[in-house]
Write a protein that binds this ligand. Structure first.
Ligand code: ATP
Ligand code: MG
Length: 325
């Protein structure tokens, strides 16, 4: 629990409410502020009004403490706040340039592309680099890796660490792997994350992949609306976590490249639009012989541009001819 952020510091929160929240595992203001209304309402026996009042109080408390930005804020202040954003290097200078220095804290970045395009490899490399000090491209933080496809391999982390001359064992210790067995389980894990972020000083959360369980659990058109709604709520919760704890969140999303594919609409597969609207940055990945091409799509301020990178024993890396520069 965060020192100085105990729930009873909020005005008007009595012992009964505190107890109810505590029973559900919510002990501090940060955790409370990061929850969705329905979540807190359930803990309070269905009292929606009280739930939204509590969440607002928690958010206002964090704003007063300078831990969160206000809804209405002068651009100059926002600019200062944005300068504090931390970035995690991807391991490739090209890719970092595309991202203005790396994956951003306080935001959700979506990596999407077809199978083998490098989504998981980028996540694994980030999981290593995030733990390093700033001079080495990291943010000195712990990592949570939510693995929904059972494709996380500690051996690959060890290989990437060794190839970069790092202590593999120590880096493996810094990654907490959560395996989600279905979409409900994935949602349950997300609810538990708040506490974990604080104790393990987490700076990076990976969700690889964010949509696969939803795709599998909601087969058939009839349930499409429900699926989108659940996925929407999952993405909202992730964004709140990113913002409130100032962690970088990276999600992956597999999409099939259509044969007539051009830069039009590569997101027609699953999750597609819900994910697109709720992520801060979207990077489209594709293969081109041995190279990988990343393209920044729909960013609020990055120009739509592309970067070349490769995958090797170091995880993500620059193409050999670029490294010499
Ligand atoms: N140790 C390695 N050395 C070199 N290249 C590797 C290594 N491990 C993986 N790769 C490359 O990475 C590719 C797989 O990329 P990755 O697993 O990131 O795909 P993905 O986008 O996550 O795909 P999916 O949608 O199926 O999960 C392999 O096809 C291979 O080219
Ligand atoms: Mg993958």
């Amino acid at each position: 629990m965060s020192e100085g952020l105990e729930i009873d510091l909020l005005e008007g929160v009595g012992p009964v409410t505190k107890q109810k929240l505590g029973n559900a595992g919510v002990y501090d203001i940060i955790d409370l502020a990061s929850r969705g209304m329905s979540d807190i309402s359930d803990m309070l026996g269905g009292d929606n009004e009280k739930a939204s009042e509590l969440i607002n109080k928690a958010r206002n408390y964090l704003i007063e403490k300078g831990l969160l930005t206000k809804e209405f804020i002068p651009a100059s202040e926002l600019y200062k706040f944005r300068l504090q954003i931390e970035r995690i290097s991807t391991g490739s200078k090209n890719l970092d340039n595309l991202l203005d220095g790396g994956i951003e804290s306080g935001a959700v970045t979506e990596l999407y592309g077809e199978f083998g395009s490098g989504k998981t490899q980028i996540c694994c490399t980030l999981a290593v680099i995030a733990q390093l000090p700033k001079e080495q491209g990291g943010v000195n933080g712990g990592v949570i890796y939510l693995d929904t496809e059972n494709t996380f391999r500690p051996e690959r982390i060890a290989e990437i660490a060794k190839a970069r001359g790092l202590d593999a064992e120590k880096l493996l210790e810094g990654i907490t792997v959560a395996k989600a067995y279905n979409s409900s389980h994935q949602e349950l894990i997300l609810k538990e994350l708040g506490k974990f972020i604080e104790t393990a000083k987490v700076k990076l959360i990976v969700v690889d992949s964010v949509v696969s369980h939803y795709r599998a659990d909601y087969l058939g058109r009839g349930t499409l609306a429900e699926r989108q709604q659940r996925l929407n709520s999952f993405m909202h919760q992730l964004l709140r976590l990113a913002e409130i704890y100032n962690v970088a969140v990276v999600v992956t999303n597999q999409v099939q490249a259509a044969p007539d594919f051009f830069f039009g609409d590569p997101t027609r597969a699953t999750g597609g639009h819900v994910v697109a609207h709720l992520t801060t940055y979207r990077i489209y990945l594709r293969k081109s012989s041995k190279m990988r091409i990343a393209r920044m799509v729909d960013s609020p301020y990055h120009a739509e541009k592309e970067a070349l990178f490769i995958i090797n024993e170091k995880g993500v890396d620059d193409p050999p001819e670029e490294r010499k520069k």
